[in-house]
Design a protein around this ligand. Sequence first.
Ligand SMILES: [Mg+2]
Length: 158
Amino acid sequence: MDSWQEVRIFAAGFFLIMTIAVDFDGTIVRHRYPEIGEELPFATQTLKMLIEDRHKLILWSVREGQLLDEAVEWCRQRGVEFYAVNRDFPEEDITKNIHFSRKLKVDLWIDDRNVGGLPDWGTIYRMIKERKTYEDIMHEELHPDRVYVKPKKKWWQF
Ligand SMILES: [Mg+2]
């Protein structure tokens, strides 16, 4: 590991920088594939805030070729510039990597196929910014006057 890599890892930990994969159809826009549906409320605004918070966003989509270019351009016109598209980093060349794994090496996925569905973008931002689970946020909204103490997780029950 070179020293720049160490600096980057330290900075990522200090500023809580994450690499986040973001799906397009059904997540940023309504699912109208191969058309581009209307934007989900606050999607691009939230993505811009995440970029400002220094997270690295990777567009992770089944789109290819022209359809993928259209999605990237649609986001770009709204001020969302992805760090990489359908790959781990911009220079990645999968044909030259014998250890290539199709799975992205990211900290988080934002995808409408998530179990439980996709939270609204305001909630997504709070979960990332405040490092909260969906459960934490739902509890705060149901009981804003009460401090939520998470039940301790146990592997056994007495
Ligand atoms: Mg989707």
